[in-house]
Write a protein that binds this ligand. Sequence first.
Ligand code: FES
Length: 152
Amino acid sequence: MTSAIRDRLTIGELAARSGIAHSALRYYEELGLIHSERTAGGRRHYARQTLRRLAFIKAAQTVGLSLDEAREAMADLPAERSPTLAEWKPVATSWQQRIDEQIADLQRLRDHLTGCVGCGCLSLGRCALYNPKDIQGAEGPGARKLLPKLDR
Ligand code: FES
């Protein structure tokens, strides 16, 4: 094995080190979140730095970011080294704001949950569990979930 290859991880090694399934790693690669190089035999090899990107993706998902949002956030960070404090601060600040919003949403939901105790109606019109903040109503009138393709 050459030194160039030893600096790289196979997909199995990356999966073992990150705790992320092979299929998810291939999916992340399809989405452009991570990158590999192919050997002459077509096997994927990943730079060790990929572990840092995967840690970032896991952290972003913990905060509630989608994979698209994680990719956008990573675009603002260096790919081949750890971010500096100045580079990391805007990302961390935006994540703090998002967590604060999630906490506020959950507190609102908790406060409106009293009517659901012992109810079970899951009414579109009045249930804070089924339709928090009347999201369905904001999308327009009618059966929004039942007829999404006829609405065009
Ligand atoms: S279950 Fe009836 S209002 Fe939520």
